[in-house]
Design a protein around this ligand. Sequence first.
Ligand code: SMG
Ligand code: MG
Length: 360
Amino acid sequence: MPLVAPFRTSFGTEHDRDVLLVRAASPESEGWGECVAMSEPLYSSEYVDGAAEVIRRFLLPEVAALAKAGDLTVARAEAAFARVKGHPMAKASVLTALLDLSLRTAGLSFGSYLGAVRASVPAGVSVGIMPSVPALLDAVATYLAQGYVRIKLKIEPGWDLAPVQAVRERFGDEILLQVDANTAYTLADARHLARLDPFDLLLIEQPLPEDDLRGHASLARLIRTPVCLDESITSARAAADAIALGATSVVNVKPGRVGGYLEARRVHDVCAASGVPVWCGGMLETGIGRAANVALAALPNFTLPGDTSASDRYFARDITRPFVLEDGHVAVPDGPGLGVTPDPDILAEITTATEWLPLS
Ligand code: SMG
Ligand code: MG
C-alpha cells in the first residue's frame, strides 16, 4: 500500500507498506490480524517475508495441533507459541486473528475484552525526518491544524536540536512534543542529548540500542528529558526489568513487538503497578491493526497520546472504513471483535499473494 508521503526514520525510508494479513476462519465466523513487521529487518530483527515463513512452518502447526485436540484457545496458542523463540510480530498476527475470531463469535468487542475505559483516545502523530526545517514546520502546522494533540519528531544525529528548537519557536511551549531516535545514538552522546533539556519534551524515545538497558539507565541520570523505551520492551518481563533498572520512566507499548495483545496488556499492567505511564505505539498499520491498537489505548494506564493517527495520515484509501480524527481523538470501535473488516474489493485490488493453510 503506497504511503501518502515517504516516512523517514533514523533507520530508513518507507515509501509503501508491505502488509501481511492473517485471516482465521471457522464455520461460524472469521478473524483478522495484521503483522507489523516491515519489509526489511531495520526496526527490529523481523521482516515480513520471514514472518510469513515462521507462521507457515512453525506457528500454524501449533494451532493445528490444538485444534485437532479440541483445545484451541488464544491463551493456549500463546503458550504453545512460546516454544518458538522470538518472532513476536509473527506470533502477534496469528494470535490477533484467533482473538478476533473468538470475540466475533462471542459478540464481544476488543475494547471490552481488553478492559477499555474510554470510548475514544487522543491521537498523536509521528513526523518523519524531513529534507529541511521549513518542510518540517509545514508538516507540523498541517497536523496541528487537523487537531493532533501531540507531535513526535523523528530524530538522528544531525537532525535533533535544530528541528526541536524550530518547532518550539514556531508553535510554542504549549504543544505536547516528544522525539524518537530509533536507537541512533550511543551513551557518548549524553552531553549532546542533554541539550534537548531546555525544550521541555514529554520524552525521548529509544535513544540507544535495543539491548542497552544499562546505557539507558545511565543516560536517564544525565539528562532531564524522561527516557521512554520502545525497541527494548520485548515483553512484560523486559518492561519490569527496564523499570527496575531506571532505564525507562515511560513505556511505548506495541503489541506486535511483545507478541500480541495479551502480552501488551501485561506490559500495561506491570507499568501501572510501578506507576509508569504508557502510550500506544504505531507501525504504520492499516485499519485492521489500528482497530486493535485504538482499543488497547483505551486502557486506564494509557495516559499519554499514542501514535494512533487517523487512516489518512498513512493511506489515501485504507482497507477498512477509515479511522478519522474528531476533535483530536479517534473512536474506539465497539462492534464485535475488531469492529472493522477489510473491504473485499479493496483487498482484492491490492493483494499480491494469498496462501490458504487448512488446519486439518
Ligand atoms: O504508525 O504512526 C505510526 C508510526 C509511528 O514512529 C512510528 N513508529 O519507532 O515508534 C517507532 C516507529 C516505528 C515504525 S517506523 C517505520
Ligand atoms: Mg519508536
